[in-house]
Design a protein around this ligand. Structure first.
Ligand SMILES: [Zn+2]
Ligand SMILES: [Zn+2]
Length: 123
């Protein structure tokens, strides 16, 4: 039984005679109590790993912030896209208003014809 326990446990890399189940949160090296650097973000084998972890946390934060910053431009693009479409429609309407009466009548007629075709297609 005791043998099994020993096999499962790792030994501190700096103190080969000390079994431990604590591992560095960054490099996963087994570390004994004496070698453990306990911080607010976890247990580490040393300052180097602690700083590495802090840096990666910082990187994640930066990435999240960039994503956040990206969201507003994306919405703006969508809005400008819609605004452009509406603008084109309004422009078309005004162009239609300035067309000669004969053209207008022809356009209305062909539009009505098209509408009828569409409607009959759904019947
Ligand atoms: Zn480490
Ligand atoms: Zn140790």
């Amino acid at each position: 039984m005791a043998r099994k326990m020993e096999q499962r446990l790792s030994y501190c890399l700096a103190h080969q005679d000390r079994p431990t189940d604590t591992r560095c949160a960054a490099c996963l090296k087994p570390i004994c109590e004496e070698c453990t650097l306990t911080t607010e973000v976890g247990k580490f084998c040393g300052n180097e790993c602690y700083e590495k972890r802090l840096q990666s946390n910082e990187r994640i934060k930066v990435l999240k912030e960039e994503e956040e910053r990206d969201r507003i431009p994306r919405m703006m693009r969508m809005l400008t896209g819609w605004a452009l479409k509406i603008l084109v429609l309004v422009a078309l309407y005004f162009v239609f208003q300035t067309l000669p009466v004969a053209w207008k009548a022809w356009l209305t007629k062909s539009f009505k014809g098209l509408w009828k075709t569409v409607k009959s297609a759904f019947k």
